[in-house]
Design a protein around this ligand. Structure first.
Ligand SMILES: *Cc1c(COP(=O)(O)O)cnc(C)c1O
Length: 427
């Protein structure tokens, strides 16, 4: 164990792309009762999303019937091309979950972030006798509610996408909203938020600092609510709903998952809430027939490090000499969530790292082969089927890469991403 970890740590320090297989993985039945979250919690979250659907339909007509969900696309051309480029066979089927297309926020954060804002709005309105669970929530779009919510503030620390999702949703509800952005957050994300009336505070340092400052300022104001990306059960539940909904979507595509037909899912991971929530939801509906892997940049393998050492948020990538600098801005996190890490401890099958150069190459390949444009972070999972090809050779398997963001990226930046990808392919 010690030996194995020392090899792993050397590889991480040397920025080598590597896969870690979780030695603590257990059958889900043995694990689920011990976890601080339950199936009931996830079903309750899905019910809450349903209560809000008439409101969401009214204020965001781009949602389908007020439901925030994304399609799943087959990517056969991408599969063939990857097999050729990597000289590996991908056993089974390769498909892509399109959270880059999620309405409102254009990233996986549209699940957790929006869920938590809605829940907070509901809690406040109910506590103040303005709303009942049985009401048609469409009324929340009325001016009297916006006036009521304008007395309250929501604050969050973010590398970008969480800020977008919480900022856009909170501003729509009527909350005052302050987003504390780390240095790696993209300018266009800050500009977009400011255009919606969101206050953006910029920090010269990384994500952990932005969170810390945001929390401090929020705690000092009794009418302010801090959304804590590192510890929030609500965020986690919003993401988990995405996991449980996947089953019906796959069934509608004729994909049945069972012992003979396993599912492998590859999820880009930052602090852990998004991929952790989704993975948990998937485990609830598929148990051991789904194997989940997290993907992180070679410069920011925070969750992998926390899990492999068992130290969770007691260790950061800087502690092993890494700089936490990556073009995958959604994944630029140096210290993982211990709340999520502990849930994943015996649930996650493994985790791997991928270089920024590789993410860019894959970004351009996905455009060339499938005409799908997603942001660099979103590509992290694509190395999963390549790593797994030596380990699991089941022709009946389905490999699902979870795309996590991209549809809000402005056209000029999209072109820059593609150009960088073509450049990286030449090297
Ligand atoms: C936030 C984010 C992730 C990872 O979610 P975490 O909850 O931070 O682990 C992955 N991809 C994109 C594009 C993101 O914005």
């Amino acid at each position: 164990m010690e030996d194995k970890n020392s090899v792993l740590l050397e590889e991480l320090k040397n920025l080598k792309e590597t896969i870690w297989v979780n030695p603590k993985y257990k059958a889900f039945d043995l694990v689920k009762e011990k976890l601080p979250v339950s199936y009931e919690d996830v079903l309750e979250a899905e019910e809450r999303f349903k209560r809000f659907s008439s409101y969401l339909k009214a204020v965001f007509p781009e949602t389908v019937e007020g439901i925030i969900e994304s399609p799943i696309s087959p990517i056969d051309h991408m599969k063939k091309r990857m097999e050729k480029d990597y000289h590996k066979k991908i056993y089974g089927n390769l498909i892509l979950k399109r959270d880059d297309l999620l309405p409102i926020a254009g990233s996986i954060k549209a699940r957790g972030g929006i869920y938590e804002v809605l829940k907070h709005a509901e809690d406040l309105a109910i506590k103040n006798n303005l709303l009942k669970y049985e009401d048609d929530y469409k009324i929340l779009a009325e001016k009297r509610f916006r006036d009521f919510f304008s007395e309250y503030t929501i604050q969050v620390g973010s590398t970008g996408n969480l800020g977008l999702s919480i900022g856009i949703m909170s501003a729509k509800v009527g909350f005052k909203v302050v987003v504390h952005m780390s240095a790696d957050a993209r300018q266009w994300k800050k500009d977009l938020l400011r255009s919606k009336g969101v206050t953006v505070v910029e920090y010269a340092s990384d994500y952990s600092k932005a969170v810390e400052e945001g929390r401090k300022l929020s705690d000092a104001d009794p009418n302010s609510y801090f959304i804590d990306d590192e510890n929030s059960k609500n965020l986690f539940m919003g993401y988990a709903v995405g996991g449980i909904r996947t089953k019906k979507q796959l069934e509608d595509m004729g994909i049945i998952i069972n012992e003979e037909n396993p599912l492998f899912v590859y999820l880009p991971c930052g602090v852990g809430g998004g991929p952790g929530g989704v993975a948990y939801g998937l485990k609830l509906v598929y148990g051991d027939h789904v194997q989940c892997y997290f993907a992180e940049p070679t410069h920011s393998p925070a969750m992998l490090l926390g899990l492999a050492t068992g130290k969770h948020d007691g260790i950061a990538v800087e502690d092993i000499g890494l700089d936490n600098k990556t073009a995958a801005d959604g994944l630029a996190v140096g210290r993982p969530s211990s709340f999520v890490g502990k849930i994943m401890e015996e649930t996650l099958s493994g985790a791997f790292t991928i270089s920024d150069e590789r993410m860019y190459q894959l970004l351009a390949t996905l455009v060339d082969e499938e005409n799908i444009h997603i942001e660099p972070s979103s590509l992290a999972g694509f190395l999963g089927p390549i790593f797994l090809s030596d380990r699991d050779q089941n022709e009946n398997a389905t490999h699902l890469c979870w795309s996590t963001g991209g549809s809000l990226v402005p056209e000029t930046i999209r072109k820059e991403y593609y150009a960088e990808g073509k450049k990286q392919q030449e090297i």
